[in-house]
Design a protein around this ligand. Structure first.
Ligand SMILES: Cc1cc2nc3c(=O)[nH]c(=O)nc-3n(C[C@H](O)[C@H](O)[C@H](O)COP(=O)(O)O)c2cc1C
Length: 268
């Protein structure tokens, strides 16, 4: 099922990584505690900027908390959401509630302040360090999970209301929930989902000096994405340009900066 990407060198790790697709439908099979522990260990062994390990993970097992995180994924206030649910509407990302595992990945410099109370962690650079650390930790877990037959999806939608997400996990100052991750065993249907095409290498990689993508490269990629959506019978988006317009066409989670600041990050 792997997308036909030419890769002259291979290994089981490379095969796993090339076979990636997000999984949003899970079987009822639980992720065994020893599996989860192994995945966390894989996460914590990843490279970490300045050996700072600016990461924390909150595992959400409380169904009521799951429900509240799903509500955030809808980007609706609680009253409207509850009313819509009472009317039987299926809203937001159901997998936030139903996935066997929901993990919230946080930038964490709280423990650094425990050790060094005068630690200067409010520089923007520290936010970048933390965001990179968190992403690497999480992606090590995701790749390891996929290598043993699990699947998952990241949840940036948690930042639809990141203040509320912070409150839900009782994040103290110096902790910022960056994204979530659902994990579990993919249903047969989820395994069959075609991989989403990526930008071609020529548009991504240059030598010695930055080269922007050319218009023909972008046009050709747009055509590929259009064909992908058409094959899926998904007409919500026309092509990649439409995706970019949808995401960058309006202010994107404009409260994030304030919440970062409140949590003690990115002030200078
Ligand atoms: C940081 C991050 C946040 C994401 N947030 C969401 C999300 O909130 N909901 C969702 O369904 N998918 C989310 N995704 C998954 C992307 O939509 C997905 O990776 C992308 O469309 C490419 O598809 P693929 O992973 O199947 O190749 C997120 C991915 C990343 C890396």
């Amino acid at each position: 099922m792997s997308q036909a990407i030419a890769h002259p060198v291979t290994s089981s790790t490379i095969e796993t990584l090339l076979n990636h697709r997000s999984v949003r439908q899970f079987t009822d099979e639980a992720v065994a505690p020893e599996v989860l522990e192994t995945l966390f260990n894989v996460g914590r062994m990843v490279s970490t900027s300045n050996y700072l390990q600016a990461v924390s993970v909150v595992r959400v097992t409380d169904p009521e908390l799951r429900r509240k995180f799903r509500q955030i994924s809808v980007d609706m206030d609680e009253e409207t959401y509850n009313k819509a649910v009472a009317e039987g509407k299926k809203l937001g990302h159901p997998y936030v509630e139903t996935a066997p595992e929901l993990l919230i990945f946080c930038i964490d410099t709280h423990r650094h302040h425990q050790l060094v109370p005068s630690a200067q962690t409010d520089w923007m650079e520290v936010t970048l360090i933390g965001a990179v650390d968190v992403a690497l930790f999480a992606q090590n877990m995701m790749a390891a999970a996929e290598s043993i037959g699990l699947g998952g999806v990241y949840l940036g939608s948690m930042r639809n209301d990141v203040k509320r997400a912070s409150e839900l996990i009782n994040a103290p100052e110096h902790v910022f929930p960056l994204f979530g991750m659902c994990l579990g065993y993919p249903t047969e249907e989820a395994k069959q989902i075609a991989q989403k095409p990526r930008l071609p290498l020529e548009a991504l990689v240059s030598e010695n000096s930055f080269e922007p993508a050319t218009q023909p490269q972008l046009d050709s990629y747009n055509a590929e994405v259009r064909a992908y959506y058409e094959a899926r019978g998904d007409h919500k988006l026309a092509d990649w340009t439409a995706q970019v317009e949808k995401t960058f066409g309006t202010p994107l989670r404009s409260d994030v900066k304030d919440v970062l600041n409140t949590q003690g990050f990115g002030k200078r």
